[in-house]
Structures are given as structure tokens and as C-alpha cells.
Design a protein around this ligand. Structure first.
Ligand SMILES: Cc1cc2nc3c(=O)[nH]c(=O)nc-3n(C[C@H](O)[C@H](O)[C@H](O)COP(=O)(O)O)c2cc1C
Length: 178
């Protein structure tokens, strides 16, 4: 490997954490959806997830006030809708109807599940200690929904500047005994 200096502003694209998801929120009669790729697993069970929701986004206020959300995991077939949700604000438009996403009621939270996504995680905010400094919310998954007939979901992964990697080949490796 011959490595050269790499722009710091592009580092996130090297260490992309997982699939781009659609974060849904709801508060005081308004619901919304935004694209999110800066998230990370923090614990197995109950599942804890850390994520950055910028205070420049309309979703930030809904999440902070309601302390609830749903993480919906889309596949490549709705990639254009996902990017549209990441390039528009719910402050001015109803993105569900504008982009043809179907909101479905969950069991634990007011924020809707998205019908077109193969998995949806109902979450509550359990730690806001890093919100003021980093807009970093810690979420606990209270209920998970998934279409397990989809054996190898072709999720999309953000590489930066409009480029996405599509999950494809999967391999199984024997895990080493400790
Ligand atoms: C692929 C992609 C990933 C994104 N990831 C994040 C993220 O992790 N955190 C964030 O705050 N904004 C992220 N955004 C930006 C928001 O989705 C965008 O600002 C959106 O317009 C916010 O919508 P809202 O104002 O309706 O909340 C991402 C956008 C795209 C296209």
C-alpha cells in the first residue's frame, strides 16, 4: 500500500459506520423524516445506539422535545427517496407525501415506522450528555421490526460527496475462540 496525505474533511467516508438510515421523529402533531449516516452501536442488549442529529436540522427539535424516534433501514431500491430526505427540510414540507414514503404506527413511540424500509427500530433517548457539545444522542432500542425474508438486504453506505456503496456479497468467517 502506498498511502498519500488524505484530506481530513473526507475521513468520514473511509470510516463510514453503517447503512444510511431514515430517522423519523414526531412531536406536537408534526412528524418528520431525515437521512442519517453518523450512527454507531454502543451496546448489544438492550441495544444502544449513538447518533449525531445536527441542531441545524428540523428533526433535532422534534427529537429533543419528544425524546423518541424510529431508525428505519432502507435498501438500495429507495435510495433516491433516502437522498431526497437528506436534501430537504421537514420545516417546509411533508416529506412522507412528497417522496412517497408510507408512515405506519409503531408500538412504543409516536414517531412512525416507514413501510418501505426492511427494518425499523423504535427508540427512546436515554442520554443527552453530549447533545449540547456534539449533537450526539444516545438511544435505546425498545422494539425492533425486521422483514427476515430478506436474507441479504442491499443497504446503502455513504462514502461522501454523493457516492454510496451498496452492500452485496456476504461472507461467513469462523470466529476465533478466546
Ligand atoms: C446520505 C446522508 C446522510 C446524512 N447523515 C446525517 C447525519 O448523520 N446527521 C445529521 O444531522 N444529518 C445528516 N444528513 C443531513 C440531513 O439528512 C439533512 O440535513 C436533512 O435535510 C435534515 O432534514 P430535516 O431538516 O427535515 O430534519 C445526511 C444527509 C444525507 C444525504
Amino acid at each position: 500500500m502506498v498511502k498519500k496525505s488524505f484530506p481530513l474533511r473526507n475521513v468520514y467516508g473511509l470510516l463510514e459506520p453503517g447503512p444510511v438510515v431514515l430517522l423519523t421523529t414526531a412531536h406536537a402533531g408534526r412528524s418528520n423524516v431525515m437521512a442519517m449516516s453518523w450512527h454507531s452501536m454502543l451496546e448489544f442488549e438492550p441495544p444502544l445506539i449513538g447518533c449525531v442529529v445536527s441542531d441545524r436540522n428540523y428533526s433535532y427539535g422534534l427529537l429533543k422535545s419528544s425524546r423518541e424516534c424510529v431508525i428505519n433501514i432502507p435498501t438500495v431500491d429507495i435510495a433516491n427517496k433516502v437522498v431526497s430526505c437528506g436534501n430537504s427540510t421537514g420545516a417546509r414540507t411533508d416529506k412522507f407525501s412528497r417522496f412517497g414514503l408510507t408512515p405506519v404506527s409503531g408500538e412504543y413511540v409516536t414517531a412512525p415506522l416507514i413501510q418501505e424500509c426492511f427494518a425499523s427500530l423504535e427508540c427512546r433517548v436515554v442520554d443527552t450528555g453530549m447533545v449540547a457539545k456534539y449533537s450526539y444522542f444516545v438511544l435505546e432500542v425498545m422494539k425492533a421490526w425486521a422483514d427476515s425474508t430478506l436474507k441479504h438486504p442491499r443497504t446503502i453506505h455513504h462514502l461522501g460527496r454523493g457516492h454510496f456503496m451498496v452492500a452485496g456479497e456476504t461472507i461467513k468467517l469462523r470466529s476465533k475462540m478466546k
